[in-house]
Design a binder for this molecule. Structure first.
Ligand code: TYD
Ligand code: MG
Length: 454
């Protein structure tokens, strides 16, 4: 028998080391290192080698990739994020905060794809609870299997019998494998169960969706290493006070990670949102001060969003700067630029900034709209007409061009805007699409200010 060896692993990031330390050398967390005896894992390794003996090497040129044509799901947003449909035999991890809608998304997937044989493995809810939940959803078109066990051996033997096209596991933290010690949700169990499922997926060409919980700081709970093992990592996010849910791809072996899926949480489940701009802009309230529309790009899609600002005299000594949906450091930078380069005195004012709809935006192309909203609120004059903005602001108050300008212009035109304000791009302007919307370009913030408010 092999001599038992112990290693220390970090319960936060999964990093392994041969010695104990108070602080993890990888993620710098304190007191997260736990000891583990390696003997058992060696044993499982041997077992796996034995079961794999029937595999033989194949010539690379003889592999036909077209055999693996993608499964087109009955969910456009999910297809888009997966890179054009689900690849058979792929293992997809879906992470997200508790209560964000992961189970709902997966249950709808099971209910809406009559062409697929699906097993939904639920370690968190009973059959009855799932049925009750399904009754709330208005889509009830297809039948599927529900299994409420958590032992991976049973799950695999059931799957061999039923031969599904797709297995959904809710959640990976509830699974356990009898070949290894440790309670469900522990690092060693998560690692073992995921690798067993990975093997099953590859051997039988069955796709598997794994739901994973995330920790307080947003990582998939347990190990970072889970993300390395699976083919695709999707993150489901959104502000729980709002109805929007964004599905982002963080890693995708079979497609781009730039894609974004947008859903709306309704009383009857998640609804795909094909045209987010229409929902994010408050069309009826035009004419109010402190509001400006930015033309941003999320993933590959142009989206118009409304930026709202409130500038008021500070009541307390230190002025407040509060942002929702935008990085507050970016706001501070923009305020400093306005103060230093353009002479607007905002130092003694409170500034509140809000992106409507509860979406979070990282795109710097919204800078100009943020500034327009702040100036509009400060003057208490509405931005005149139906104007959209799209430019980055540099530290000397200059407007800078951003990526995908053509798409942004077309989106603004599609939504009935009369004018779009962009950065002056010199020669590049010749390439802009010929559109009916008025395209105004400027070099500096002061020029935009004069153009808007005279
Ligand atoms: P759920 O899918 O259980 O979240 P997760 O699996 O990510 O923890 O979603 C639960 C939330 O969604 C819950 O707060 C209620 C809400 N919800 C709706 O608003 N409408 C619905 O039709 C359903 C099923 C849930
Ligand atoms: Mg759930």
């Amino acid at each position: 028998m092999a001599k038992a060896r112990t290693i220390f692993y970090c319960t936060n990031c999964g990093n392994e080391s041969s010695q104990w330390a108070g602080k993890c050398s990888s993620c710098n967390e304190w007191n997260t290192l736990k000891e583990r005896v390696l003997e058992k894992t060696i044993a499982t390794h041997d077992r796996r080698e034995v079961t794999n003996t029937e595999k033989t090497p194949v010539k690379f040129s003889s592999i036909d990739p077209t055999n693996d044509s993608r499964i087109i799901l009955n969910d456009k947003e999910l297809n888009r994020v997966l890179g054009g449909g689900l690849v058979p035999g792929s293992l997809v991890l879906v992470g997200g905060d508790p209560g964000i809608g992961k189970s709902t998304l997966m249950l709808q997937l099971a209910l809406n794809n009559p062409g697929l044989k699906i097993i939904y493995v639920s370690g968190e809810e009973s059959e009855k609870q799932l049925k009750m939940r399904a009754e709330r959803l208005d889509s009830n078109t297809s039948d599927f299997y529900i299994f409420t066990g958590t032992n991976t051996n049973t799950i695999r033997s059931i799957s061999r019998e039923i031969e599904p096209d797709l297995i959904i596991i809710d959640s990976v933290q509830t699974l356990y494998s009898p070949v290894i010690e440790g309670s469900p949700g522990s690092l060693s169990q998560i690692r073992e169960t995921t690798s067993e499922l990975m093997q099953y997926a590859k051997q039988t060409n069955t796709s598997i969706f794994l739901i994973g919980h995330i920790t307080k700081d947003g990582a998939i709970a347990g190990p970072k290493l889970l993300e390395h093992m699976v083919d695709t990592v999707l993150q489901f996010e959104g502000d729980r006070n709002y109805m929007f849910r964004l599905l982002r791809s963080q890693k995708n072996r079979f497609g781009s990670t730039n894609e974004l899926g947008i859903y709306e949480m309704t009383g009857a489940g998640l609804r795909e949102v094909e045209n987010p701009s229409e929902l994010l802009i408050n069309q009826t309230d035009s004419g109010l001060s402190g509001s400006a529309v930015a033309c941003t790009v999320e993933g590959m899609r142009p989206i118009l969003i409304e930026i709202q600002a409130l500038v008021s005299t500070a009541v307390y000594g230190t002025p407040q700067r509060v942002t929702t949906g935008l990085d507050s450091r970016r706001l501070n930078m923009l305020l400093a630029v306005l103060e230093k380069r353009c002479g607007f005195r905002l130092g003694q004012k409170d500034v509140f900034l809000n992106i409507a709809g509860g979406v979070r935006v990282d795109d710097i192309g919204i800078d100009l709209a943020v500034i327009a909203a702040i100036l509009s609120s400060n003057l208490d004059i509405a931005v005149p007409g139906k104007v959209a903005f799209c430019a980055e602001i540099g530290l000397s108050g200059e407007l800078r061009a951003v990526s995908r300008t053509e798409q942004r212009i077309q989106e603004a035109e599609k939504l009935g805007f009369e004018e779009i304000i962009l950065a002056y791009q010199g020669k590049k302007e010749a390439k802009l699409p010929s559109v009916d919307i008025k395209v105004s370009t400027f070099k500096r913030v002061e020029e935009v200010f004069k153009h808007l408010f005279g």
